[in-house]
Design a protein around this ligand. Structure first.
Ligand SMILES: *[C@@H]1O[C@H](CO)[C@@H](O)[C@H](O)[C@H]1NC(C)=O
Ligand SMILES: *[C@@H]1O[C@H](CO)[C@@H](O)[C@H](O)[C@H]1NC(C)=O
Ligand SMILES: *[C@@H]1O[C@H](CO)[C@@H](O)[C@H](O)[C@H]1NC(C)=O
Length: 275
């Protein structure tokens, strides 16, 4: 049975002291075991917090991406390794490096993308978290706004990283909003070809800010959930030679009291349907 995991608590207890609790269970909710973990940012950064976590299905290890730091915990939630992602050599005015993408691709290792380092990504060793290689091209926008990513098949039956990058107005670079990137070891790691693997570049959309909330792979398509004035569900066909198959629909979500809202806060996928 697959391991289910869910963050049940994510809060700031004290300035610069973060606390995370994750419930991990196999089966009923009643069997969930609560474990917790705290961390004090050595830079006493008031923005310190946890951004993402992911679980290695093989080892059960839990990876946590926080502001300025990455952690590996074992499946009992005990600390195994941590490493700083803080490097303000190029931008002394910045003191927060947000983790924007944290995803395990078993054939290669742990992929992390930051708000700093020009929005580039790193391939890291799953054990000691050290950097094996970095991307040449930016993948995510700088600053705090969320990016979403998932791994799915692409053309030529190769695996790709699909990314939805929320643009940040402080970023003047041409970061594609939706792209797929090659999961290839060596030069070209996480590269997107502008002709084939990008739906639209940031300049195309002028000052529109599309917030990407979720991405998932489902029956031959990669779906992106986003919000800009209204919630939208868009998708691209995975086996196409390019992403020209892009389509989108507007979503409306209704609450239990019958109210209808344009902003869908949660979206879940079960075996058959989108909820
Ligand atoms: C991070 O690792 C260092 C050793 O490399 C250790 O001293 C420190 O306690 C670790 N931090 C946490 C929060 O476990
Ligand atoms: C996790 O690490 C702790 C402390 O080193 C250890 O007691 C525990 O058995 C480990 N859990 C697993 C599942 O390896
Ligand atoms: C920090 O960034 C600078 C400039 O990009 C780089 O030369 C240096 O190696 C980095 N330091 C570490 C510890 O990664």
């Amino acid at each position: 049975m697959a391991t289910l995991s869910r963050i049940v608590e994510l809060c700031l207890l004290l300035p610069s002291l973060c606390h995370i609790a994750v419930a991990v269970s196999q089966g009923d909710l009643a069997n969930y075991k609560i474990a917790s973990f705290s961390y004090e940012d050595p830079h006493s950064n008031p923005n310190a917090k946890f951004n993402h976590f992911t679980i290695d299905q093989e080892s059960g290890d839990v990876y946590v991406g926080a502001v300025n730091r990455l952690f590996r915990l074992n499946s009992s939630f005990d600390h195994e390794k941590n490493i700083t992602t803080y490097n303000n050599t190029d931008r002394p005015d910045r003191d927060s490096n947000y983790n924007k993408i944290l995803i395990i691709y078993p054939p290669l290792g742990l992929i992390t993308c930051d708000s700093e380092n020009n929005g580039q990504c790193q391939l890291r060793n799953l054990i000691d978290l050290s950097v094996i290689m970095s991307t040449v091209y930016p993948v995510t926008s700088i600053a705090e706004k969320a990016s979403v990513a998932t791994i799915g098949p692409g053309r030529n039956q190769k695996d790709y990283l699909y990314v939805g990058a929320t643009f940040d107005q402080s970023d003047r670079r041409n970061i594609p909003l939706i792209s797929r990137r090659r999961l290839k070891y060596g030069s070209g790691f996480l590269a997107a070809s502008s002709e084939y693997d990008i739906v639209f570049g940031r300049r195309y959309l002028a000052d529109t800010i599309i917030n990407y909330i979720k991405v998932f792979s489902f029956r031959g398509f990669t779906y992106f959930v986003s919000f800009h004035l209204a919630s939208k569900l868009s998708r691209v066909c995975q086996d196409g030679a390019n992403l020209d198959s892009y389509t989108e629909i507007t979503l409306q979500c209704s609450g239990s009291d019958g109210s209808v809202t344009a902003w869908c806060k949660q979206l879940t996928l079960d075996q058959q349907d989108l909820i």
